[in-house]
Design a protein around this ligand. Structure first.
Ligand SMILES: [Zn+2]
Length: 245
């Protein structure tokens, strides 16, 4: 029962998406993958954190050229996340962590916690966080192990996502071996380019789906769950004072 919980218990809000994932993965991929990571983390933290149901509607406007994508436009999505955070603050909880599984949610997610903090700027007891699961480790890549990963960063319907779907439910994976590699492309660094998925990929995926395997998927699941779990450990251990803890 939620009311019996200490208000120092962190509230974890998983946020994902339903959007095109090339020709070989389901539109629900980001929600499946984040759901599995959160399931693993919550199995360890079932007594010391509160896990909200996964929010499957994300900001996916950049994928709207592909049928099957659904999206809350960025400002709608920002307000949705901000309201979710506000709900838990109203109930007295102080530690809120959005855990994200979709790239398009990154900017609105960060903006939501920024705005929440400004709205409650006189409080000194709040910890408001947004993290994306593949960005929670010190090293973004899969690191050294017996498997040879060809990607060292997250793509889209790529080696990493296809591998995790193969590990989770291979019946949902189409013919990824026919999906030719699509390079990440020129990001116009150091600028941040406004782009649509069609600017970058005709089939909809970005990366190397052909390199996927269920074994790699399990390596990635275990890496990401342990990194998200470590972050949650820090949120639980936060002493209410120091920036790092
Ligand atoms: Zn995805």
């Amino acid at each position: 029962m939620v009311d019996a919980l200490s208000r120092d218990v962190p509230v974890v809000i998983p946020i994902a998406a339903v959007e095109q994932h090339g020709h070989h993965l389901p539109v629900y991929t980001d929600s499946y993958l984040l759901g599995e990571i959160v399931r693993r983390v919550s199995s360890v933290h079932d007594q010391d954190a509160l896990f909200c149901p996964l929010q499957w509607l994300g900001n996916s406007d950049h994928h709207m050229d592909f049928v099957g994508t659904v999206s809350a436009r960025p400002r709608t999505y920002l307000d949705l996340l901000r309201d979710l955070g506000e709900n838990w603050l109203r109930h007295g909880f102080k530690r809120i962590m959005f855990i994200n599984g979709h790239g398009g949610n990154d900017v609105p997610g960060k903006q939501a916690v920024f705005e929440l903090r400004q709205a409650h700027r006189d409080r000194s007891d709040l910890l408001l966080l947004m993290a994306t699961y593949w960005g929670t480790g010190s090293n973004g890549g899969p690191g050294s192990n017996a498997l040879t990963f060809v990607q060292n960063e997250m793509g889209h319907a790529c080696e990493w996502e296809t591998s995790m779907m193969l590990a989770l439910n291979p019946a949902l994976v189409g013919d990824y071996r026919d999906a030719d590699p699509v390079a990440p492309g020129n990001a116009f660094l150091p600028a941040s380019r406004g782009w649509t998925t069609r600017d970058r990929s005709a089939p909809g995926h970005i990366g190397v789906p052909q390199a996927a395997s269920a074994e790699k998927g399990e390596v990635l699941f275990s890496k990401f769950s342990s990194e998200v779990g470590s972050l949650l450990d820090r949120v639980i251990a936060w002493d209410g004072q120091s920036w790092e803890g």
